[in-house]
Every structure is written in C-alpha cells, then in structure tokens.
Design a binder for this molecule. Structure first.
Ligand code: ADP
Length: 403
C-alpha cells in the first residue's frame, strides 16, 4: 500500500540515465538530473535540486548500476533518498511495447521477460531500458516499478494504417508492422492542445508535430491516435536530425548490391549520418537556419527538404482526419524554431492554416496559440513534458492498484 506522493521517472539510454523526481501534488520537480557517458572514462552526473545550486560529479560510472547508485546518493543528500516513504513508484520510459503493452504496466518478472522478447524490434533502445529497470528493482525491490511505453498511444492505429502492404504471413512471423514512437509526447501534447482550446480531448482533432532530434507526426481524432509517421522502428517518416525518414526501400538494395555496403553500414548511414546531418553536415536546426540565412546552399536545401517533408505529412494527415481543429508544434525544434513553423504553414490559407508572424516570434515556455484569430485551424506551440506524463500514468496506476 503506497501513500507516497512522489514518482521517480527514469529514462535510461545506451550510455545515459535521465531522471526527474516529480511531486504529484503539483507536478513540480523535487529534483532532476542526468548521468552521461556511462561506461566511458569521463562520465558526468549533473544534479539539479529544487532549490540551491546544481551539483556535478565528473568521474567514471562503470555501468547503469553505478550511475543509479550515484543518483540515489544525490537524492539522499537532498533528503529525497530512494528509501523515502514519499516515493510512490518508479516510472520507466520503455521505447518498444510491441502489440502486448498498450497501457502503462506494473513490472513483474514476466513483464520484464516480454520487454526482453521485444529487443529484436528495438535493438537500440529496449536493452538500455531493461538495464534501468533491473538496476532500479535491485535498489528498491519492494517499490512498484511501472513501464510506460513510447508505442502505447499508437496502439489504436487502425489495421489499415498499422499494416505495411507486404506478405501477411512474413509480416506476422517477424512482427513487422507500424508501431509508432514518441507516443507519450503525442498523448501529452494532444491533450494539452485540447485544454488550450478549452475543449475535451474527445471533441478535437489534432495534428501533433513532435520535432526534436528524432521527429514524428501524429493524427489524433477525438483523443485517439489514428496515424503516425514512425513505423516498425523510429526511422520512418519525417526528415530528422540524423535519420533519413522515408526513403524508397530500394535504396537499401542499391547501396548493398551496387555500392557494396553491408547491412550494418546502411543501418548506421540511415540512422546516424542522414537527415539534416547528411544533407548539410549539421544536425542542429539552429545551425541549419543560421547557415541558410547566410546563403549557404547546402544548409538551405537541408532546411527546405525538412520543411517539405513536414508539409507533405501535414497535408496527408489533414486528409486522414477530414476535419482539423489544431496543429501543435512541440519538442526542441517545434517549440523553438519560428522559421520552421512559419515555413511549415506558409501558403496553407486554403486549408484554414495560417501563422501570425508576431505571435510566432514570441519566446515562451507556455502553451500558446500562434495562428491569427480568423484562422479556421488553431496553430499552437505546446511544450511537451514526457516525464510528467510518465509520472502521471505511473501514479494513476499504483493508486488504482491499491484501491
Ligand atoms: P531529443 O529528441 O533529443 O529529445 P529535443 O526535443 O530536445 O531532442 O530537440 C533537440 C533539437 O532541438 C536540437 O538538436 C536542435 O536541433 C533543436 N533546437 C533546440 N533549440 C532550438 C532553437 N532555439 N532553435 C531551433 N532549434 C532548436
């Protein structure tokens, strides 16, 4: 039985561990931080308490166990140790939940085994997430640990959107279908957008554009996700920082047969050396915009290709939804890049989509409307908060479980 009011949210990457301790009474952060370069000689832990100066540890963190132990010590120094009765649960971001996990789930040995079975469809992400779970369970075996899946919000994709048009038996045998990612963000932002409009999520159709280093779009009809741009893996869809997004699958055969590249090389090329980086040598949108404003032709093409793909998805999802009430921009690029938002929406007045230049140039970390009052579709900037969403889902689950 838990009476705690705080949730520790853990997001374990291959060499990093991000954490936030969230007070569920008001959604505020009791502490937050990040351990980087786990397993490398020059590791770094940066801890930000609610008040007082931030603290840093520069040293070797051999593995995620060492990293989480150091995080626990930092929290304990603030009087917020993992043994605190205030801690209600630990919420883990898990990238791939396959078809089985469509809801936040309390982690048992069996659940962990199933997450492990999904490694072949998420080889870059699920192993790190599993390590985070194992380490946290080791430190607090008695505490509920909840997995919140990036794929879950997309589980409602209708079959015609989730299926690739390939042989059914082959697809089923290898679990090849469109799962979608960034679901926690798409869910949070689509709901926050409804709130911004003063409506219930069930009443509005929203196109969410999550534009971070990874980027994805989703079409959300009455609170239910009906289409999203990422697929079996987070490679499909929009042009991203280092990922190509959509390409003709024939490119892979061509690079292999004619170019002599091995499968792993092509995988690395498309995931890590493509997108904005591949087109112009920079994956940070700030640099791309700066260079293209200075007349750099490669950066200009990269920016235009990024925006062109975005507009294609905007148009496609308009057709999928039939009626669009709002378009929401979120994540690093979506929240901060006025040039991207302006270019994405330019010339779409006939669709009821327009951006007011003055509103678009305002910098704020609050949800805000950037379309003119007359526009049929509300265009909004809605900062995402995946950690708060994970904490809320985990908190709701442990409270339902004890009732
Ligand atoms: P992640 O996908 O790693 O969570 P974020 O959502 O934090 O990424 O987005 C990171 C990206 O946001 C950066 O790579 C950069 O391209 C972009 N970005 C951040 N700040 C700005 C800004 N002021 N203007 C344009 N782009 C920005």
């Amino acid at each position: 039985m838990t009476t705690g009011t705080r949730i520790l949210v853990l997001n374990a990457g291959s060499s990093s561990l991000k954490y936030q301790l969230i007070d569920m009474l008001d959604g505020s952060r009791a502490a937050a931080g990040l351990v980087e370069r786990i397993g490398e000689p020059a590791g770094r832990l940066a801890h930000t308490p609610r008040s007082g100066p931030g603290r840093e540890e520069l040293r070797f963190f051999p593995d995620h166990g060492a990293a989480l132990t150091a995080v626990a010590a930092q929290l304990a120094a603030d009087g917020l140790g993992l043994d605190s009765p205030e801690l209600a649960a630990i919420g883990h971001r898990v990238v791939h939940g396959g078809r089985r996990f469509t809801e936040p789930t309390v982690i048992t040995d069996e659940v962990l085994a199933e997450i492990r079975r999904l490694i072949p469809v998420a080889p870059l992400h699920n192993p790190a997430n599993i390590t985070g779970i194992e380490v946290a369970r080791g430190l607090r075996p008695d505490l509920p640990q909840v997995a919140v899946f990036d794929t879950a919000f997309h589980a409602t994709l209708p079959e015609h959107a989730a299926r690739y048009a390939i042989d059914r038996a082959v697809a089923d045998e290898h679990r090849v279908r469109r799962y979608g990612f960034h679901g926690t963000s798409h869910r949070y932002v689509s709901r926050a957008t409804a709130r911004l409009l003063g409506k219930d999520p069930a009443e509005v159709n929203v196109i969410v554009l999550h534009l971070g280093n990874g980027a994805s779009a989703s079409a959300v009809a009455g609170g239910v996700c009906v289409e999203t741009s990422m697929g079996l893996t987070p490679l499909e869809g929009l042009v991203m920082g280092t990922r190509s997004g959509d390409i003709d699958p024939g490119v892979v055969f061509h690079l292999h047969r004619v170019g002599g590249l091995g499968i792993d090389e092509i995988d690395a090329l498309l995931n890590r050396r493509s997108g904005l980086l591949g087109l112009c040598g920079d994956n940070d949108m700030r640099e791309v915009v700066r260079r293209s404003q200075e007349g750099d032709a490669e950066a200009r093409i990269a920016f235009d290709a990024y925006v062109h793909r975005l507009r294609k998805y905007l148009g496609a999802y308009y057709a999928v939804l039939g009626r669009v009430d709002a378009v929401a921009f979120t994540a690093g690029v979506g929240e901060n890049s006025a040039p991207v938002r302006e270019a994405a929406c330019a010339g779409l007045d006939a669709l009821g989509i327009a951006v007011d230049a003055e509103l678009n140039s305002v910098r704020s970390d609050r949800p805000r409307i950037i379309s003119p009052g007359y526009a049929r579709v509300t265009v909004a900037v809605v900062p995402t908060d995946e950690e708060l969403e994970i904490a809320q889902q985990a908190f709701a689950l442990v409270h339902t479980a004890v009732e």
